[in-house]
Design a protein around this ligand. Sequence first.
Ligand SMILES: *Cc1c(COP(=O)(O)O)cnc(C)c1O
Length: 387
Amino acid sequence: MLKDFLIAPGPTAVPSEVLIEMSRPIYHHRTPRFSQLFMETIELLKYLYQTKQDVFILASSGTGAMETAVVNTLSPGDSVLVVRSGKFGERWGEICEAYNVSPAYIDVEWGEAVDPKRIEDHLKEHPDVKAVFTQYTETSTGVTHDIKKISDIVSKTNALMIVDAITGLGVTKCPVDEWKLDVVICGSQKSLMLPPGLGFLSFSEKAWKANESSTLPRFYFNLKAEKKAQSNKTTAWTPAVSLIIGLHKALQMIKDEGIEEVIKRHKIIADAIRAGVGALGLELFAKSPANSVTSIKVPEGIDGLQIPKLMRDKYGIAIAGGQAQAKGKIFRIGHLGYIDKSDVAVVFQSLEFTLRELNYTFEWGSSSKAVQEVLYPEYKKLDIRKA
Ligand SMILES: *Cc1c(COP(=O)(O)O)cnc(C)c1O
């Protein structure tokens, strides 16, 4: 038997509490029963987003929510600014180009965060920019961008601040209203502890204003239709009922834990992972590392593709390799969503076995010691769980 662990930056593990809810018999979505569940879920989603503005649930992966943000705010030929610091930044650009929006790019070296000053300078020179697109955390490189600082700049202009927070929301602080973020994207299979299949976004007053003059074609992803349906306590099209039932449960779990506690948990686990990595003499790839995913440089002389392969096939641990230009050069450990401190031990035991098998030299057992130094004080201050 090989027990499987999902330690990837998406999809992530789904708690059994959520799986049980999703396995219940399906019911019709045009009913008071669904309406009640749906509206409660919308309210819980607003709690996660820390917003009083509109939030939407779409039957699509995260990329569908990204496309929704573009087609509901812009018109052909509009100037926009795209931060391109990895695979997902490239995706913003590809969506814009597919719809004949005109993106200018701020290219950031993979592994680095964008300097907010570059955005400020561009907006000063090009006051016609309609939107700034960025990631909160660029999952392909493991970098966190300073979204608060960027939004402080963008919110003072006419441009919309559109953030792909798919591995940021529910991991790192992201108070949407307080930080004046206009559109914030999320997806089900990352921090939300659900299978893939749902996309989410928040949509500010400023975004609705842009929506009025936006002429890009849209049909399925039409937020005006969704808003109208939501005012009638339902969705425009057939919703992914079982996933929404699961979402209700997962968001309730997040609310019961408390968003601040959820953020703290991710921070402690990320600290422990980084400590373990450092103890093995490995180097982080990201200059400002995210709390959702740790990207690690493949040490000299080791076949980088073998690390995730051995981890998966021999130890049952699904981590991720590098994408595109980072392929074979980095590997990535995901630590978001349904993850607890105890999972860290599982990662490093198999990572040490894997690295030894690949003839990498390090001090045997050093990662557990480093992890324990970080986690023990956290456990020590915990109350014994009440029965
Ligand atoms: C996972 C992810 C996406 C969405 O990808 P889908 O495969 O469409 O769900 C987008 N942006 C980031 C930063 C991601 O991590």
